[in-house]
Design a protein around this ligand. Structure first.
Ligand SMILES: [Zn+2]
Ligand SMILES: [Zn+2]
Length: 171
């Protein structure tokens, strides 16, 4: 989907899309929202093309969200400040992958309910850098969340060998 200037095509795809492996998710609507906001505040026409591609080297960030795993008797709920995201860019094209986490009780893979403001801020900050746009006067102020140490065995990005949090704990 191409988003250019005021001509924003309506997104008629799903809000989110899970990878075939189940390990990660594309939050299509949030990604488009992030792009549209950037375009609207930019005076010059700005071309952004949102599509799924994974053939460039991504930049990694961490965002905040809540996971809820529904069991028969009770729900297991956890907050994570270390949800791994990977931002892919190629000229005007971009794409963001969000890695899922496993439930510590049943080991099932769960999809995060993201803190949308933090996610959008992080994606926009990187898109600004990539496109050479003016950065917000306030530095990347996205709140960080203090959560228990990153549990590598429950992070799908760690399992795939791409999570920087894993590398840090191995040092
Ligand atoms: Zn569970
Ligand atoms: Zn990890």
């Amino acid at each position: 989907m191409i988003i250019e200037s005021k001509k924003v095509k309506k997104w008629d795809g799903p809000e989110t899309e899970r990878s075939a492996s189940g390990d990660y998710v594309f939050y299509h609507l949030l990604n488009i929202q992030a792009a549209i906001e950037l375009i609207r505040e930019h005076e010059q026409p700005l071309l952004l093309n949102y599509k799924i591609f994974e053939n460039t080297k991504p930049v990694q960030r961490h965002v905040v969200g809540t996971f809820i795993c529904k069991h028969k008797k009770k729900e297991i709920c956890w907050r994570s400040g270390k949800i791994c995201i990977e931002i892919y860019t190629n000229k005007s094209e971009f794409c963001v992958k969000v890695w899922n986490q496993k439930c510590r009780v049943c080991n099932r893979i769960n999809i995060a309910e993201l803190d949308k403001d933090i996610y959008i801020q992080k994606v926009q900050y990187f898109l600004r850098l990539h496109l050479g746009l003016r950065l917000p006067s306030k530095q990347d102020t996205a709140k960080t969340l203090t959560t228990p140490p990153h549990k590598e065995q429950l992070c799908c990005a760690c399992a795939a060998g791409v999570c920087s949090e894993a590398r840090r704990t191995c040092e």
